[in-house]
Design a protein around this ligand. Sequence first.
Ligand code: ADP
Ligand code: MG
Length: 340
Amino acid sequence: ESQLNPNYSFENFLEGDSNRLARSAGLAVAAKPGGTSFNPLLIFGGVGLGKTHLAHAIGVDIKDKYPEKTVLYISAEKFTQQYIEAVKKNNRNDFIHFYQIIDVLIIDDVQFLSGKTGTQDVFFHIFNHLHQNGKQVILTSDKAPVDMQDIEQRLLSRFKWGLSAELQNPDFETRVSILKNKLYRDGVEMPDEIIEYVAKNIKTNVRELEGAIISLIAQSSFNKKEITIDLARIIVEKFVKNTKREVSIDYIQKVVSDYFQMDIDTLQSKTRKRHIVQARQLAMFFAKKFTKASLASIGSQIGKRDHATVLHACKTVDNLSSTDKQFRKYVEDITKKLSV
Ligand code: ADP
Ligand code: MG
């Protein structure tokens, strides 16, 4: 079982400036697996930009051209789980042997191996064996090798032996053609105006681009409504909002201090004036709610307080918002401002 998804083909992987290098490197590898200098071929780029799709496409194409070759696609996560299982069952050697006889090994999301020294070690040996025997290795990652963390140097240096090709954010034209192709394959018609509206507003993730179109189709058929620009606007807004990047603590302090018409220095000051204390507590509360920062880090950024102060602030805000109507309104207003 190769685990390849035939829908993830080259044909369905639309070309644009953002992916031209990676795509053509993939085609070259598929034409001569193990026989180019692109070994390993490492495809890297952000979430939803087509790494998994392209990795499959290479495998699917190889299987097509060389049916006798064994091609295996596996995520680094699953590879790790399998390895842990094998060690538990005393099958480490079988595990290694299984991977060493594959002709084309595709490992998706190798950043998952970060910090997993045992799996890195076994992969190092498998990699060396395959490479020495002219077998093809294809890897994907969310980062370039130079930016990878907690991956052993000897493995990183091998990642750099071949070619690292980046998938970048697709430009507007490519986004439109990806959507049109998808609609065409699904047999759905949609006015250009709407397709372009979606493509214009969702820029950094093809999966979301497709997701917005799918939910647009679903909404319109569920409500038996025509697909209009207004419906598109509502759906796109939802997508953009849900995927908005984490707000920063600086930004939260700015929004809160603007709301209470004070400056950030005042918000952070040592004063015990009640409305300033409350503003500061709200800033801490929202920092806890909307960022991944630790209590200690929130405290140090909002007026050099300690983690206990932040914890106390969060509790106070919780209490006040259930007992004090005015205060609850503050929380609601600021929440809205932070979610726009
Ligand atoms: P990643 O692995 O980088 O997170 P995926 O390969 O899962 O991204 O791609 C996300 C979605 O976007 C998939 O449905 C994929 O088919 C689609 N996609 C990405 N790039 C393209 C492209 N160039 N042409 C067509 N579809 C694409
Ligand atoms: Mg992926």
